[in-house]
Design a binder for this molecule. Sequence first.
Ligand SMILES: C[S@@+](CC[C@H](N)C(=O)[O-])C[C@H]1O[C@@H](n2cnc3c(N)ncnc32)[C@H](O)[C@@H]1O
Length: 418
Amino acid sequence: MTTPDLDDLLARLRTDDGGPLREDSPVAVDAADRLLLDEAAPWLAAADAGDVAVVDDRFGALTLGATALVRGSSGGATTDEPGRADGVVRVHQDECTAEAALAANAASTGRLGAYQQHAPGPGLLAGARVVLLRLPRGLAALRDVAEHVAREADPGVVLLAGGRVKHMTPAMNDVLGESFADVRASLARGKSRVLVARSPRAPDAGTPFTYPVTVDLPDVGLAVAAYGAAFAGASLDLGTRFLLEALEGAVRDERSGGAAARATSGAAATRGSEPRDVVDLGCGTGILATWAARRWPAAQVVAADRSDAAVRSAALTARANGVADRVRVVRDDAGATLADVSADVVLLNPPFHEGAALRTDAAHRMFATAGRVLRPGGELWCVVNSHLRHRPALERAVGPTVQVARDRRFTVTRSTRR
Ligand SMILES: C[S@@+](CC[C@H](N)C(=O)[O-])C[C@H]1O[C@@H](n2cnc3c(N)ncnc32)[C@H](O)[C@@H]1O
């Protein structure tokens, strides 16, 4: 494919962003995607589609661009090499919303059959000779991908990882250097840069992957497990800690029949009859879900997140705390697959960023989901940044909202479903 053809293909791609158009709204193909494709072009031109893996493509530019730049595809012919059976570009995207955006763009450009989604692991990487990676923001996420590429791809693999210069740090080179002997940076273009890693280092036999890590959090009496890309990693987010303290206080007061209990009387999360069905919306590593399953031993808990690393972490966190039989993980967009009127309590520490930009759309869609899935009288317990005003949105989406706790940074609210 000549460059004008590639430009034409890329110009047809769209984002999945339904939010208001703003200066920092994402574009379907940004300068980092374009630079990554240009840097990868010589390697792609010498590769078949089955030699290529793409990780964390945002809207499909890397995957569909790669399908256009490779030497050829086996057209579905089978080979003996694991993972290459279909002769198509292999892809893993952490977020299900990114998967949907790629699928929509593949459909509109007639390339639906040109790639295949895979879970992280050998199915994604075995035999891969070219790996394109949209640089994650966190070093743990980068280390997780780099270790898998170094150990599972072809020994001659080249890993090209691109991003915006303002989000890149020298520590990223160091992290790639842990897994590859040869790491260099491209020249910057359009405020973007590509890191190129080659010569995978062979780990000592039996060395485990760094992730998932499991860590004890003694102050909340839980262990947390995290894959590299999961929000907050194997630590307790400060907002989550504040929400847990408020919940613990409410449950304790109710059980001891104290004054605070009378103030919160009738609260589904705290009254004598304990909640039967609990949802942890945007569950990350599943700390809130696991706390709920431990606190309410008869409850069934759903932990939902759009991130694959999050739901895999949440499942492990539940297992590490002995409640895996009552915590079901779901990967969807803002709880879209949860049944109407099916929950007594929703716990939420919502996202307020999309990449680097401050965006409230996902949080507001989660408020709407809470309103939809809660039974009448059920409660949404939410922690938000104190400087953001969310009460009107919570009242509209769910119902009457009270402030349960507040400090300089965080506010915990309880909204009761009308
Ligand atoms: C602030 S973190 C909270 C994580 C976890 N509940 C905790 O307390 O540590 C927000 C979570 O929402 C998830 N998220 C962001 N946008 C989402 C969406 N549209 N649908 C589902 N989950 C989303 C992120 O992946 C992240 O795990």
